[in-house]
Design a protein. Sequence first.
Length: 224
Amino acid sequence: MLPEVACFLDCMHLGQTSTSRVEGNHHVIKSYVLTSRMDLFGVFGKIGLLLENQAVDIGNEINRQSIIVNNRHRLDVFQNLIYKVSQYALNMLYEQFLIIDLSMLPTVCTGKFRKTFGIPCTHQIRGRIECGTPLELADVHIQWHLQLILNEEAVENHNTIQKDTPRKRILAEMKEKLYRSDVYAGSMVARLKEILRTPYAQIEPPNAVTKKEEDRWEPKTRQA
């Protein structure tokens, strides 16, 4: 077996077996940055807009899947997972459930399905059915959860990251100096007014130089 194939069989890839995702992301970025002559600040803003739009789309899809249910998923063994894990994960679980009904269950569980997808396999589903206990949310990898529940430390770190940005740090420093009771505050106000009155000059990228233009400016050596 080829090493690159064995990698996808022995590690958790959650169904992502394609190696061209970078090219797909590059295409999405190019759809926002429509020109090659945009300055770095403009590119930064476009990428920020891209991420905001993606976050909105993902949030809308999570909300949609949180209120719908497929009738074939209404099984006792899945009752704790409905509205809590994605439809994609529920479909894979249902396919594993069908293997039980079709009497195609292998005698020995290799554990590869759960290891690669983070979802209970046919053997685990059959065991829960025989015991009369449904699957729990903890049995499914967090990748497939619709609502991510963070612990207190993770929430605090997330809020810290959201609050601590370069712009907010600069604004906080400016606010502190503006409200100081000394001469420096008045000087800073005057400097800020001057900056605000100065029109913004966009930085243009350098013009591309062709090979012919380079040859024209290079000194020519005499032929012996």
